[in-house]
Ligand binder design. Structure first.
Ligand code: GAP
Length: 466
């Protein structure tokens, strides 16, 4: 692990378009409502994308809930009491700085304008910043308005009457569901401090300048964990989560050289945070946040206690103290994580004069674990043997059959979607009842009895996990 900020690291893939076109062509991600021209910043996950994203979520849940005694899961509603978002500070301050071109009325996020990339949080709050830096509209060069705060929460109405009393919000983070359920979870699962609540679910933000494919969307998912601790343990526990979260990304294949930690400057900290460190990844469009780790102090539970009147104190039977726990949060998302795994696993290499494209995805993340391929699709006995094997594999694994091309092309297709192993059934298989397992990364082949194929694949998956 390194905390060093390295600026000269090349991205795994120079052009984002390489990943976007592979994702669309092979069925990972499509623009939402594509036949109507798409809708900005919403993307749909296709057959392979939904497998990849589900696998990312499963891997996170395994690390954060299944393998731990001190963290339990929750699935809170997307719609919450509107007071939650007033208390949390989101109604008052969950906003980005927006500037508008006076001639073409296009709107931009101030800190993403050319010439404004390195603004401090204090600069962003400066009403004279546009004049001070001489910023103009990047499209037509027109004058820009002074920045104003634009709240990112989507509003909607609950019930049949569209008046102010019925206004509610689509949640912009899953975290608040864990805070308002703190007592329910702690008491029903009889947890003692420190303990955590993990959630995966949809969040919504009306981003001013979404983009870079699934990096910043208006509808996305989060994987957030809120860890409730004694106040005097918070600083130490915060530091302990940093390497855990770093190691999770590297265990699933992200190159450590393309990760770094970045601490938020004091004037950049969110309203709730005492300390925040992002795990950043070197995307093709620069170093960007992959996940945030936050020491939120007692902000959340104190505020909810004060506004709701509910007692959110924890009673420590060992010390006989009553106090509001502090919260250490790990806040990531499966969209950004899956995107990162796609980019970082992308390989191009020359094999006998041809470019071989492969996704070196960790087997637990790969959409299909194994493909069953007949060497001769015209021989019904071979096809039948393939289908028997496929049926058996599908009891335990995502497996796929393909006979629509010659074997070399079938291998390339599976390489490009990250399938770690292909099993080829050939004429000899009819005699020796064995098949060939071909490895995606090394391209080496091993002959295995057909009845032992599933065991061999499961063993290789277990070895990749170690
Ligand atoms: N509860 C704290 C919180 O929400 P955040 O840094 O705003 O913190 C956490 O969001 C994570 O959610 C991000 O690191 C990212 O993985 C994901 N995320 C946030 N906004 C997103 C967006 N517009 N599109 C995709 N993922 C997003």
């Amino acid at each position: 692990m390194t905390a060093k900020a390295v600026d000269d690291v090349a991205p795994a893939v120079p052009e984002l378009e390489t990943i976007v076109s592979l994702a669309k062509r092979r069925g990972f991600v499509y623009p939402s409502s594509d036949i109507y021209g798409g809708i900005n910043a919403v993307w749909d996950y296709g057959p392979l994308g939904v497998e990849l994203k589900n696998n990312v979520k499963r891997a996170w849940w395994k690390a954060m809930v299944q393998e731990r005694d001190d963290i339990v899961g929750l699935d809170a509603g997307i719609l919450m009491h509107p007071q939650v978002w007033i208390t949390s500070g989101h109604v008052g301050s969950f906003s980005d700085p927006l500037v508008e071109c006076q001639t073409d009325h296009r709107r931009f996020r101030l800190d993403e304008l050319p010439g404004a990339e390195n603004l401090t949080a204090t600069d962003i709050r400066d009403p004279t910043i546009v004049q001070r830096l001489g910023l103009t509209c990047p499209v037509d060069g027109g004058p820009l308005s002074a920045p104003r705060r634009f709240n990112l929460m989507f509003k909607t109405f609950m019930g049949p009457v569209e008046d102010d009393a019925a206004v509610i919000y689509l949640r912009p983070e899953t975290a608040q569901g864990s805070y308002v359920n703190f007592k329910n979870v702690q008491q029903s699962s009889r947890k003692k401090l420190p303990f955590g609540i993990a959630q995966i679910g949809k969040s919504f933000r009306n981003e001013i300048s979404p983009g870079n494919f699934v990096f910043r969307m208006r509808e996305f998912e989060q994987m957030e964990m809120q860890y409730f601790v004694r106040p005097d343990d918070a600083a130490r526990i915060f530091e302990e989560w940093l390497p855990r979260r770093w190691d999770w990304y590297t265990h699933y294949g992200v190159a450590p050289a393309r990760l770094r930690f970045r601490e938020h400057a004091p004037d950049e900290l969110a309203h709730y945070a005492k300390k925040a460190i992002d795990v950043e990844y070197r995307f093709p469009f620069g170093w960007k946040e992959l996940e945030g780790i936050h020491n939120r102090g007692d902000f959340d539970l104190s505020r909810h206690q004060a506004e709701s009147g509910a007692n959110l104190e924890y009673f420590d039977p060992a010390t006989e103290e009553h106090f509001i726990p502090w919260i250490v949060e790990t806040a990531g998302g499966p969209d950004r994580a899956a995107f990162t795994f796609l980019i970082d696993s992308y390989r191009e290499e020359d094999v006998r004069g041809e470019t071989r494209v492969s996704l070196a995805l960790h087997p637990d993340l790969a959409p299909y674990k194994v493909a069953v391929l007949p060497l001769l699709k015209k021989r019904p006995e071979i096809v039948e043997l393939c289908h028997r094997l496929l049926k058996d594999l599908k009891q335990d694994l995502m497996a796929v059959y393909d006979d629509t091309a010659a074997i070399g092309k079938l291998y390339r297709r599976q390489d490009e979607i990250g399938t770690p192993w292909c099993v080829t059934v050939d004429v000899d298989s009819l005699e020796d009842l064995a098949a060939t397992i071909r490895d995606r990364d090394s391209m080496t082949q091993e002959r295995v009895p057909i009845e032992g194929v599933k065991r061999a694949i499961l063993d290789r998956m277990a070895a990749a996990r170690a």
